[in-house]
Ligand binder design. Sequence first.
Ligand code: ASP
Ligand code: MG
Length: 419
Amino acid sequence: MSRLVLKFGGTSVGDVDRIARAARIVAAERTPGRGLAVVVSAIAGETDRLVQLTRAFAVRADGGPVDPKTFDDEYDVVVSSGEQVTTGLLALALRNIGIAARSWQGWQIPFRTDNAHAKARIGDVRCNEIGASIDAGVVAVVPGFQGVTEDQRITTLGRGGSDTSAVALAAALGAERCDIYTDVDGVYTTDPRIVAKARRLDRISYEEMLEMASLGAKVLQTRSVELAFAKRVPIRVLSSLVEPGAPNPGTLVCPEEEIVEKQVVSGVAYSRDEAKVTLLGVEDHPGVAADIFGRLADANVNVDMIVQSEARQPGRQNIVFTCPDRDAPKAAAVIQEAREKIGVEEIHVRRDVAKVSVIGIGMRSQVGVARTMFAALAQKGINIEAIATSEIKISVLIDAAYTELAVRALHTAYGLDAA
Ligand code: ASP
Ligand code: MG
């Protein structure tokens, strides 16, 4: 008996016609000896609508802020309901075309999570019952996003969490693969809205996909890729907008060993949600960096690139770091508050910056990859404000106005343009 998990995102179950098409796609995957579980998101826009409803009570009647501890658990009850609707609808659509199907809610499986409401993490997925049911030929329709705590409270996994639900279920069921049906037909070398010559990748490694997802490619939730990587679940990303039977190869996210032709660079990613904080004339002695970044961590500022260099004055250094744009005011305030104690002369914040990254497992064994990047940017007159590298990625921080130009130039420079 083999098992397969399919997942349909919000636009793929966006209305009853699309739900009917999803049912036809599921039907086409049904073969004797193969159990199917289908994970669904809420109808596109529905989770936003539900979040909005809770906002009415996010401020106390006396005007003060509500404590998340007395808010997030009921927030989860409200926002998880969008997925209940689509499980029922898809089960009905399947029965409508003669396929045995039933819905399961998150608590019925259960998708056990921790207590971190609104951003819960899945622990154990015990699926003996659902496993037996799908093996008996009944398609299971399962809500993404939903979980339940040990003490029976409903949780949600954070926005975009249905991908993670699907991968977790695939891992727990020992499924051969997790097919993610979405409104794009695969993972592209870069954002096709920026580069018309972007190409769909046939395969991409978990590690590359992880970098792409965390660097701003929105196809898959980062956490879902981490989980797939850890549990070795192959993911296929493909279009839900074509009828079954039509060509729909998608992109396979798989172990590196299964990729024969390793590209030096497989993709170019970008993020405009960046800010650059410059600390000038920082006292230079052991413990200063620990102090600065400790304060930022305590304030929940997610720091990304860090560059430290000697300042002109003796005994001083300059530190530049980046963080998500929305965190920039908080980051600056935290340092400002302790400016004298830490010993910082000046703080500057720039919010109109973007991070552009090139990613590829082939980088591990290739020289000159950075040179190609820097030369391509120089040729377009784009200045680099900070650089960060990992084994399979090079990121640069640039003026946000040049984001598209940089992405196009790099896409061409690494030979990624479609013929
Ligand atoms: N419906 C939830 C959201 O919009 C979860 C998901 O679709 O992945 O965030
Ligand atoms: Mg999604």
